[in-house]
Design a protein around this ligand. Structure first.
Ligand code: CTP
Ligand code: MG
Length: 178
C-alpha cells in the first residue's frame, strides 16, 4: 500500500493546473470531476507512487528477502503491479470526486467513508480487474487467511488517512483537515 499512499498524497504538492475533465460538465449540469483532479496530479502521482514501488522492489531484491511479486510471472509483472497500485489509488480518488459531483458536493467538501477509502477501493478494483495482477491479489489478500492483510489495510488506511491529512492541514498544503 506504500505506492498507493504516496501516489495519493503527491498531487497536492504538484500544483496541477489542467483539469482532467477539461472543465466539462456531466449531463446533470455539474462538473464531471471538478478542478481538484488534474492531469499533472494524476500522472505525477502515478509516477511518484510507482517509483516508490520500484524502490521497494529493489530494496527487497538486494536484501535477498525475495518478493511475493517475483513469483508471479516475469519481473515486468511486478513493475506493472506497483504502477497499477499507484494509479489505482488515484483512480479511486477520481471515482470519489465523480460521485461527489453527482451528489452536488463542492470541491473539498467532506465525503465520509469515501474520503478515507477511495484509494483502497480504487486499488482493489484494478488489482482484481487485470489478469496480470489478479492471481497476485488473490494470493496476497484473500487466500490462506491473507484476508487478514486486507482487513489490516482497511483499519490502517483510516488511521493513516486521518493523521496525514491533519499534518497536511497543519503544514498548509491542505485547506481542510480531512
Ligand atoms: N489533485 C490533483 N489531481 C488529482 C488529485 C488531487 O491535482 N488527481 C490536487 C488538487 O490540487 C486537489 C488537491 O490535490 O485540490 C487535494 O486533493 P483532493 O482532496 O482529492 O481534492 P479536492 O480539492 O478536495 O476535490 P474533491 O472535492 O473533488 O475531492
Ligand atoms: Mg478533498
Amino acid at each position: 500500500m506504500l505506492p498507493a499512499a504516496i501516489a495519493n498524497m503527491s498531487p497536492v504538492f504538484l500544483k496541477g493546473k489542467t483539469p482532467l475533465d477539461f472543465g466539462k460538465c456531466f449531463k446533470d449540469g455539474s462538473r464531471i470531476l471538478g478542478d481538484g483532479k488534474t492531469i499533472e496530479g494524476t500522472l505525477g502521482g502515478t509516477l511518484i507512487g510507482g517509483l516508490a514501488g520500484l524502490i521497494q522492489l529493489t530494496i527487497i531484491h538486494f536484501l535477498g528477502l525475495g518478493s511475493s511479486m517475483w513469483g508471479f510471472g516475469p519481473p515486468g509483472v511486478s513493475i506493472l503491479i506497483v504502477f497499477t497500485i499507484a494509479f489505482g489509488a488515484l483512480f479511486g480518488d477520481l471515482l470519489g470526486s465523480f460521485l461527489k459531483r453527482r451528489l452536488k458536493f463542492k470541491r473539498g467538501a467532506k465525503f465520509p467513508v469515501m474520503d478515507q477509502y477511495d484509494l483502497v477501493i480504487g486499488v482493489m478494483i484494478l488489482l482484481f480487474l487485470f489478469p496480470y495482477s489478479r492471481p497476485w491479489a488473490l494470493d496476497q489478500l484473500i487466500f490462506d487467511w491473507h484476508w487478514i492483510s486486507l482487513l489490516t489495510i482497511i483499519v490502517f488506511t483510516y488511521l493513516i488517512h486521518r493523521i496525514s491529512n491533519i499534518i497536511g492541514y497543519l503544514i498548509g498544503v491542505k485547506k481542510v483537515p480531512w
